[in-house]
Design a protein around this ligand. Structure first.
Ligand code: COA
Length: 139
């Protein structure tokens, strides 16, 4: 798998990837999420391609204190081949190069399989409660 930054022409395949991986939600317009990411550290919006086809993604950012990873996805037909681990290692390296001391990420309640995946990569639950407040509705 080749890992590179997102390009405009990846939009439809990446939205389809997120849908195939069950990552889209009615309150998050994926097209708006992509457009917003292209305004902030677009080079950290990662796409993994195999034979020229986008099959994986990771939306990475460094806010000056922590690094964040959203939309980690490997297409179901390519899961279990080490691509998810490879993408996270790449994300970690890019964040280390920027002086980022720690990665945070959110896992939706009930997504137990992903918690096992992250456990294998050395991620552990933090003693923190995630709070959120919507500022701009997508609908
Ligand atoms: C989570 C996801 C990115 C993992 O990608 P992947 O390419 O299948 O994972 P890898 O093949 O790199 O697996 C890395 C390790 O995690 C383990 N692992 C992967 N999926 C697992 C699962 N569902 N349950 C338990 N372990 C799992 C693998 O066995 C492997 O372990 P090993 O290196 O010791 O052999 C992929 O399953 C996915 O896209 N899921 C749907 C979207 C999603 O939920 N994303 C996360 C949002 S927070």
């Amino acid at each position: 798998m080749l890992i590179r930054s997102f390009r405009e022409e990846d939009t439809e395949p990446v939205v389809a990837l997120w849908q195939a991986c069950g990552l889209t939600r009615p309150w998050n317009d994926p097209y708006r999420d992509i457009a917003r990411k292209l305004t902030a550290q677009p080079e950290l919006f990662l796409v993994g391609e195999v034979s020229g086809e986008p099959i994986a993604s990771a939306m990475v950012g460094f806010d000056g204190h922590r690094g964040w990873v959203y939309y980690l996805a490997v297409h179901p037909t390519h899961q279990g081949k080490g691509y998810g681990r490879m993408l996270m290692a790449h994300a970690e390296q890019l964040l280390i190069e920027r002086g980022c001391p720690k990665i945070n990420l959110l896992v939706r309640a009930g997504n137990h399989a992903v918690i096992d995946f992250y456990d294998k990569l050395g991620y552990a639950p933090d003693a923190a409660v995630s709070l959120g407040k919507r500022l701009i509705p997508d609908q």
